[in-house]
Design a protein around this ligand. Structure first.
Ligand code: SF4
Length: 376
């Protein structure tokens, strides 16, 4: 069977090389060619013996995800839609800022959690992405952006697993993908700059702490179980007391000394000063050092919800700040291309299933390998 080398972290690639009868250290060379230089074929790997390149050509591929569309926002945000087969597509979003470049990566096609305010959740769940499909999003975008921006150094400095899907419900594919991101022979990202965002899969938070402790963000969205049960159905399985206890345990292993709590501001639902006071009480009770990130809701018709107005958001933030918590209000980025949080792939499935895929703006019809540098 042909192996997709994007499926492997360095350890996995070393085992693959051994199966080919090669020394394990060959994996490091191969890994660097793939991830640091963006190689998409074996012929360009000039420092590998021809015999090895021949073996690789017979047994392996570096499999990109076909790009269905690319949209660039007026604010520089770029959104890609990738085809993952069977009418499914996932999105990645690049958010440039002065001091960093962040890529938001998807982990599943659709999502089974079904948060009420989330467009992806309303689509339902299609399938888990493979490690290779998660890594391919970073592999393609990093090398595309280097070429696009005429840069030889790293463009993407931060990765957030906040695209489509609940990453901790795709744990076995997620962890090797994180290792590729962190590996010095891969993308060399710091553990502080790779964030897994979860709606609260408690047992997997504990496993992540052991296996690959990166920064953790938790989608909280409500200060009480009663309200959170309505907004994040997973709360019925893992209520707030268990979730916050898991956050506290995670901090013993985390690269940062706080958890980021994401809180989507929903008009008249979870956005009063009383909710903010309950939130303060909740995190104090459980002694979880944290920061809050307030997210303006991005409305979509099926949700029946609306965005809290700015005054309400500011009043909510003021309560948290007065209690001593660092609180940020997320700027919406890429609004004009539906790349803002909670909008990802809002219409993809419907459109692809209706056979309208061709109507999507297809900027890159060539294979992705044609768009990345052969050697840097
Ligand atoms: S917010 Fe995250 S966990 Fe909830 S439905 Fe959307 S993608 Fe899934």
């Amino acid at each position: 069977m042909t192996a997709n080398l994007l499926d492997y972290d360095l350890e996995g690639l070393a085992a693959f090389c051994e199966r080919l009868g090669e020394k394990r250290f060959r994996a490091t060379q191969l890994f660097r060619w793939i991830h640091q230089k963006g190689a998409s074929g074996f012929d360009q790997m000039s420092d590998l013996a021809k015999s090895l390149r021949d073996k690789l050509r017979d047994s392996a591929v570096i499999q990109p995800l076909p790009v269905l569309s690319q949209h660039e926002s007026a604010d520089g945000t770029i959104k890609w839609l990738f085809d993952v087969g069977d009418g499914n597509a996932v999105e990645s979003v690049f958010i440039p800022e002065t001091d960093r470049g962040t890529l938001c990566v998807s982990s599943q096609a659709g999502c089974a959690v079904g948060c009420r305010f989330c467009s992806t959740g309303h689509q339902g769940f299609s399938r888990n992405l493979t490690t290779g499909e998660i890594v391919a999003q970073l592999w393609f975008t990093e090398h595309f952006l280097r070429k696009h921006l005429g840069r030889e150094d790293r463009v993407i400095s931060n990765v957030v697993m906040m695209g489509m899907g609940e990453p901790l419900q795709n744990y076995s594919a997620l962890v090797p993908a994180l290792r590729v991101m962190l590996d010095d022979h891969g993308y060399g990202l710091s553990r502080r700059r790779v964030t897994v965002s979860t709606s609260g899969v408690v047992p997997m938070i504990d496993r992540l702490a052991q296996d690959c402790p990166v920064a953790l963000a938790v989608s909280l969205h409500a200060p009480t179980d009663e309200l959170r049960n309505q907004l994040v159905p997973l709360n019925q399985k893992y209520p707030l007391s268990e979730l916050l206890a898991a956050c506290q345990r995670y901090l013993q292993h985390a690269p940062r000394d706080f958890i980021t709590f994401e809180y989507c501001m929903l008009d008249g639902v979870n956005d009063t000063p009383e909710h903010a006071r309950q939130l303060v009480q909740l995190v104090r009770e459980h002694r979880v050092p944290c920061k809050f990130n307030l997210i303006p809701f991005n409305p979509f018709p099926a949700s029946g919800l609306t965005r809290s107005c700015n005054d309400i958001v500011e009043a909510f933030a003021a309560v948290l700040t007065a209690a001593g918590f660092v609180t940020t209000v997320r700027r919406t980025r890429g609004d004009d291309i539906d790349a803002a949080c909670g909008q990802l792939a809002g219409d993809v499935r419907d459109r692809t299933r209706a056979g309208e895929r061709m109507s999507l703006r297809r900027i890159m019809l060539k294979p992705a390998s044609d768009t990345i540098p052969q050697e840097t």
